[in-house]
Design a protein around this ligand. Sequence first.
Ligand code: FAD
Ligand code: SIN
Length: 517
Amino acid sequence: MPKTDYDYIIIGSGIAGLNTGLLAREHGSVLVLTKGRIDDCNTRYAQGGIAAAIGPGDSPALHSQDTLAAGAGLCNREAVQVLTSQGPQSVSNLIQWGVPFDTSSGQISLGREGAHSMPRILHAGGDATGQHIEMTLASLVRESNVTVLEYSLATRLLVEGGAIRGVEALSSDSGQTGIFTGRTVVLATGGAGQLFRYTTNPEVATGDGVALGFEAGARVMDMEFYQFHPTALWLEGAPTFLLSEAMRGEGALLRDDTGRAFMVDYHPLADLAPRDIVSRAIADQVGQSASGRVYLDISHLPADMVKSRFPTIYRACLGYGVDITRQPIPVAPAAHYMMGGVKIDTWGRTNIQGLYACGEVACSGVHGANRLASNSLLDTLVFAQRLVASSLGRAPEQEELDNDRDMVVPLGSRPMVCASVPALGAEALRDLMWRNVGLSRHGSGLLQAARVLNIWLRTVPRATDRAGHELRNMVLLGRLMAEAALLRQESRGAHFREDFPQTSTEWEKHIVLVKEE
Ligand code: FAD
Ligand code: SIN
């Protein structure tokens, strides 16, 4: 009989899952379940790099300051302090494991990105950082005693008496459902870009971990904060391929259709302003211009430098007929990163005993209302180390997970009345989310979305295959996002309400959604 009981069951094989697996294998048997190939994940597509305060003149204190400023008053300060002070050590582990970060004259090269006051972004293969990290970790895992089951979709968490007992999984190969038992389960399922019409995320990013956790009784926080990356390729027939913020870090400029660099009108940091500001400035410019187009232009920099620093982007754009060394690139914002997720403390613990979360699925509050560029890869590394320590009893006793100021809301039902309800399907969901729960929101659109999603949630068919489970999960996530966005009657970070454009001190708190008993 194949083994079904493990010390650690990890769901997901991006940087969070693989790194956790490599750390945990020293302490017990490890199973990694992943719903596609091992490298089907957001991590593989990461371009800009990984932030850490390792350069001359830089410090964890400066890195904290930038992270807190981007987070717009909602960062968990303790988590930020942990992230920035332990970041350099975590990055040095990656170097020891063999990730080939780019160097210049024997020193690690450090790039710059939006809202960072210092150059502090380590990158590999120019703009192929994620691919190098994923390849290195996947090959270490393959050589190790960690068991990896590809094409295995986690469909349910098994919880008894407030403690995790295992995971139910569906094999796409055999169509069989199996049960894996274990006392430590780690959600490392990544983000949810597939909820939106336009996204930089691959197909696997359907928010499964948040849905699994929520259904099992885990608390879910900050779901109204979803980051839209300002610059994705915007060409008829081309995918919404990411054009790294590192391009603007090297001097690329956003221009309107007359060629004017417009970001100076919006923020003192101009093209390197925080992402929410740049994204909304682009939307504003698109609305004002005759052509409805905005461009990212790097053609004024030396062609050889552009090709060697951004080889992936150069080749991808050339494939769609744009030579970035000569022409400006049409761009538009796209859904990119989920700041919210399963609520954890700074040791990766959820409110369910033995259930941990790490990476984009998790929410410790470290990113607040808006993540600072290149802090997410770092977040996965730092908090994986702490969750493994915690699973070994090396963390302080768990305190109450909710803060006094958190607003804890049971996800109730919205009235099942709605003027028109589109037929449920992934495309209809993506359109609804993009239109009503996107970059710019309004109470009326949010209420309409919450009602439609509520009806869909009640009527979505029982899932029997991967697509069915993913659709169910996406409807639930949409519902959580719309509800939180409706509740937060202010604008802050990535959450912008046309009907409440100001930031309010009354809202310096997190919205925590829990399942209604
Ligand atoms: P992922 O890497 O997405 O891995 C999730 C894993 O879970 C996948 O293996 C998936 O198949 C699996 N999974 C999901 N659901 C299930 C299920 N039900 N059952 C089994 N398996 C499941 N961040 C930075 O810091 N720097 C950057 O330069 C950067 N660039 C980016 C560029 C792009 C184009 C994108 C999309 C993101 C970028 N990010 C960047 C964000 C960063 O890549 C992600 O936040 C990070 O990689 C998330 O890692 P993760 O391990 O949490 O999730
Ligand atoms: C980018 O390269 O612009 C993405 C960086 C990030 O999302 O952190």
